[in-house]
Design a protein around this ligand. Structure first.
Ligand code: OOB
Length: 515
């Protein structure tokens, strides 16, 4: 948590307002109450209906024993129930732990045990055994969880942790990110302004709704803050989203670079063009957008591009809607807040001049000061002064805009989906035929990066083939996006440098041979 003097400053400057996230759907903000908040297929849910249902669900969960401070692992696809669940939990002061729909028993089991979750809400009955002691509530059974809201105790404080978000991770196990009501609401409100949201905005949720980009940049919470409308897409493919954009007159949506690419190609190649004329802004983020793809957005889709460089730990950078093309096409934006402190440093933490590539460190009014229950990891993930080491290599232009030039963390960014190399390596090291393994990113024209596992076989055994590796990891319950795209077998790893070989050097050496 933030030191007192920082917290006092963020309050005095009006960033932290003392409100909690459940306030976003409060019908006391009566101008919105009768408007549609969420469209999910044929279901159209007003702000008042969402509020009422969330209150009743909160009471039902309370009756089942869910209390303030309890953790509840939430794994929901893009469905209306997601909103009922999160606002019910926010009302109770219980903490959603946001799993992704792609997560499987390995990830879910870890989230449930690591957070000592009291409940696991999912659509996947087959993942129930992974939940351990947590009560499993299937999405289809949520409607039966109901109670009288008048018995609910007082809600949380704005300085309390509101939920745990997942870190992309670079170590063996994913870290959890505690975000408070105060800090998150600040980023949501400012993002809504920066992205030009109004009560007439219609936001298409094409990416998973629980990802930080979709939730808050400005995402679904930004839309609820301004009284706009959320349209949920079950899948992000053109055949699903284009008709939704047409029918609902969508004005803004957010995608990762491979999806931007896919949508552009689909429109460019269509004999009969979809009507995307309502679309004002296409936000692209989560991974570096290639200049060539950026340049096609306006000519092909007829809308504005906004680049978004953010992280679930906090800091979010946007190109602004009135920025010139040079900035929008070639930079990843600038921070939300005048109090976002950005340091770009060399390997010894010494600041580098503008224009020089260095490690991005940051702290500010909505960037965490530490991961949840991870004291030891926090000592290296944050500086003594509380700056978060993002692991990103960036350069700052004289106008303050950032350009992402690379990454120093042991992570693969597979089209916006983050994979911790070590997590996959640890799974593969349990394979009886694997002596050693290094998982590295290899460049890919479509996804940006894919994963390659370099495997050294145990003496006298045959190294597992790609198909065996895939089956093995699937059976261990690893999410599909973490499963290597390629396997390469080596007799031994190259010896890099003198003395003990660091994993990082090894991965770098192997990456050089992989492309
Ligand atoms: C978003 O959040 P995460 O937590 O999944 O991943 C954060 C990491 C960053 O540290 C950076 O390595 C990479 O994803 N990243 C980008 C990028 N946006 C994110 N790298 C290059 N260019 C970009 N535009 O990915 C996220 C959170 C909020 C808003 C948008 C994205």
């Amino acid at each position: 948590m933030w030191p007192d003097d920082f917290a006092a400053r963020y309050r005095a400057r009006g960033y932290w307002t003392g409100q909690t996230l459940d306030h976003l759907v409060d019908p006391a903000r009566s101008s919105f109450a009768s408007r549609v908040a969420v469209v999910d297929g044929d279901r159209r849910i007003t702000y008042r209906q969402l509020f009422d249902r969330a209150q009743r669900l909160a009471a039902g969960l309370h009756a089942q024993g869910v209390r303030a401070g309890d953790r509840v692992v939430v794994q929901l696809p893009n469905v209306a129930e997601y909103f009922e669940v999160i606002f019910a939990l926010f009302r109770l002061g219980a903490l959603p732990v946001f799993a992704l729909p792609a997560h499987r028993s390995s990830e879910i089991g870890y989230f449930c045990s690591h957070t000592a979750a009291v409940a696991f809400i999912t659509e996947h009955a087959e993942l129930a055994p992974a939940a351990g002691d947590a009560r499993v509530i299937l999405v289809g059974d949520l409607a039966g969880v109901d109670g009288d809201p008048s018995v609910l105790p007082a809600g949380p404080q704005s300085s309390d942790v509101a939920f745990l978000q997942l870190s992309g991770g670079s170590t063996g196990l994913p870290k959890l990110i505690p975000r408070t009501h105060d800090d998150y609401l600040y980023s949501v409100r400012e993002s809504a302004t920066i992205c030009g949201l109004t009560p007439d905005s219609v936001y298409l949720t094409a990416l998973p709704v629980a990802h930080n980009f979709t939730m808050s940049s400005p995402g679904v919470l930004g839309v609820l803050h301004t009284g706009g409308r959320i349209v949920l897409a079950p899948r992000p493919d053109p055949a699903t989203v284009f008709p939704l954009i047409e029918r609902e007159r969508v004005t803004i949506t957010a995608v990762v670079p491979p999806l931007a690419h896919l949508w552009l190609d689909a429109v460019a190649g269509a004999a009969e063009k979809p009507d995307l004329s309502s679309l004002d802004v296409l936000q692209v983020g989560g991974a570096k957008l290639a200049d060539a793809v950026a340049a096609r957005v306006r000519p092909v889709l007829g809308c504005q591009l906004q680049q978004v460089f953010g992280m679930a730990e906090g800091l979010v950078n946007y190109t602004r809607l009135d920025d010139p093309d040079d900035v929008v096409l070639h930079t990843q934006g600038r921070p939300i807040s005048p109090d976002d402190e950005v340091l770009i440093v060399d390997d010894d933490d010494r600041p580098v001049p503008d224009g020089t590539v260095g490690h991005l460190l940051t702290r500010g009014p909505y960037t965490i000061r530490g991961y949840w229950n991870a004291e030891e990891h926090n000592r290296t993930a944050f500086t003594g002064e509380g700056f978060y080491r993002t692991g990103d290599l960036v350069r700052r232009r004289p106008d303050g805009y950032l350009v992402v030039e690379g990454r120093a963390k042991d992570q693969i960014n597979r089209g916006g989906e983050k994979i911790a190399a070590e997590e996959v390596e640890n799974h593969l090291l349990t394979h009886p035929a694997v002596h050693d393994v290094a998982v590295v990113a290899v460049p890919d024209p479509y996804l940006g990066e894919r994963t390659c596992a370099f495997v050294v076989a145990r003496d006298g055994t045959a190294a597992p083939k790609l198909s065996e590796v895939r089956t093995y990891l699937r059976e261990r319950g690893l999410a599909a996006y973490k499963i290597p795209d390629r396997v390469r077998v080596l007799d031994a790893f190259p010896v890099t440098g003198v003395g003990k070989v660091s994993r990082r050097e090894l991965r770098a050496a192997l990456r050089a041979t992989a492309s």
